[in-house]
Design a protein around this ligand. Structure first.
Ligand code: PHE
Length: 459
């Protein structure tokens, strides 16, 4: 019983698990990073590469993590240490990732909340001033904190209501709503003059853009997007019942996440293409500027529909961000609950204090503490947290996890767990993936990311 004082949480069924894992996966990564990467790496070329990676490498790792969680019935630290004290450190490293990501994810969630609210309030034109609105907001000493807290409170309330009473219900409402809004916006943007050229740019493969850099970027994106290598899927697997099939679940999760990324691209790339005139221009508007500066400019041109489209767009991004932040926070709660052996309520209290304090400190990196530039000129503490978690810790955790399962406890331990609930025909291929292919790919990502950060080449 994981030593906790109350019964461990559990899903009400297989679909609740699939929806929760998909809700964790679908997040800011799908909404702002995927479309930009697709624009940068030759549209269809990137889409095809990504699709192949998700259904080979991605689902293999999803299966590994969920099966490990279900087998041990514990969150990351307990899951690894149940095979021997000396493996505890892998769980500790995996658990460190959500501790680093959650605070800054909530800051960006706060930006999204602010934007959704602003479309209702000040209207579309005020947000489309070429970046002034965005900069003055994130550098403000009060407002940026207020919106971060608003976002955090939404997350804490849902997690506070529990796995079945809060998380499942929130997902059941937000995920379908998100899909419907995304489809509606994609249809609307595709009717804009010139948008079809943008859609063609997004869909047509330009094979001259295929490169090692593309594959590395696609791999990194996939890790982040599927919420891998940070203990989330271990925790979620631990809430699963033995009779539910793991193999079909992970394929659905991968497919769902991919589908939403694809839709996000269809919604964003043609719109940005119309505004900027070429695919290369879209590719250059990476990260926050695409979502918080370029798109508001596009929306403002929609005349009568501007405020409506802007609001619906940021509301759907807000739902995506909320469900991911909920999964991060739930993972933190379960780590503390299993680690300190306290009640869920007490664990949540500890996590709330941590997330609010750490979030405030990182947010100060844009205003009060802006002089701290950990990665060189112009970088923020948020960039630093993002770099350490995504580019350094996640590949290391993924590598250790693959070595742990492939070479220490042996793939059979996981294969047997998977076979409790369903046949596993691909067990042979999966074993080769976990023992050989995955570790090599992960080492390549790690080296490439760190090298890119320190300027050896650009990604
Ligand atoms: N997968 C989420 C996204 O694409 C991000 C995330 C990372 C969520 C880690 C939870 C944990 O935005």
């Amino acid at each position: 019983m994981a030593g906790s004082m109350e019964k461990r949480a559990s899903w009400s069924g297989k679909w609740a698990f699939i929806l929760a894992a998909a809700a964790s996966a679908v997040g800011l990564g799908n909404m702002w990073r995927f479309p930009y990467l697709a624009a940068k790496y030759g549209g269809g070329t990137f889409l095809i590469t990504y699709l192949v990676l998700v259904f080979t490498f991605g689902v293999s790792l999803l299966l590994l993590e969920t099966a490990l969680g279900r087998k041990t019935g514990q969150s990351a630290i307990g899951a690894f240490s149940s095979f021997g004290k000396k493996y505890t450190f892998i769980g500790v490293l995996a658990s460190a990732v959500p501790f680093i990501i959650t605070p800054y994810y909530c800051i960006i969630g706060g930006w999204v909340t602010k934007y959704a609210a602003s479309y209702l309030g000040v209207g579309a034109d005020a947000l489309a001033d070429g970046g002034g609105f965005f900069t003055s907001f994130i550098t403000s000493n009060v407002e940026s904190y207020v919106w971060m807290l608003v976002f955090m409170i939404l997350v804490f309330v849902v997690v506070g209501l529990g796995v079945k009473g809060g998380i499942e219900k929130a997902n059941l409402f937000m995920m379908p709503a998100l899909i419907i809004m995304a489809i509606a916006i994609a249809i609307y943007t595709l009717t804009m003059p010139g948008a079809v050229d943008g859609a063609l740019y997004y869909l047509t493969p330009d094979f001259s853009k295929f490169s090692p850099e593309l594959v590395i970027s696609a791999l990194g994106q996939m890790f982040y997007s599927l919420s891998l290598a940070m203990g989330i899927m271990i925790t979620y697997g631990s809430y699963m019942r033995k009779q539910d099939s793991l193999t079909s679940s992970v394929v659905r999760i991968g497919g769902f996440d991919l589908g939403v990324s694809f839709l996000a691209g269809l919604m964003i790339v043609p719109a940005a293409f119309v505004a900027m005139g070429s695919g290369d221009a879209v590719a250059s508007a990476a990260g926050p500027s695409l979502m918080f500066i370029t798109l508001p400019g596009v929306f403002a041109d929609m005349q009568g529909m501007a405020a409506v489209i802007g609001f619906v767009f940021f509301l759907l991004v807000l739902f995506a961000a909320l469900t991911s932040a909920i999964s991060l926070t739930e993972t933190l709660v379960s780590i503390v609950q299993d680690g300190v052996k306290c009640s869920r309520g007490k664990a949540l209290g500890i996590i709330i204090a941590f997330v609010v304090i750490a979030g405030s400190i990182i947010n100060a990196g844009y205003n009060g503490l802006a002089f701290i530039e950990p990665l060189g000129e112009g970088s923020s503490m948020l960039d630093f947290a993002d770099f350490i978690s995504n580019s350094v810790l996640m590949p290391i955790v993924a590598l250790l996890t693959c070595i742990f399962v492939g070479w220490i406890i042996k793939p059979k331990a996981i294969i047997d767990e998977v076979r409790i609930s369903a046949p596993f025909k691909a067990a042979g291929a999966w074993t080769i993936m976990i023992k050989y292919i995955a570790p090599i790919l992960v080492i390549i990502i790690l080296v490439a990311y760190v090298a890119a950060q320190f300027g050896f080449f650009s990604m």
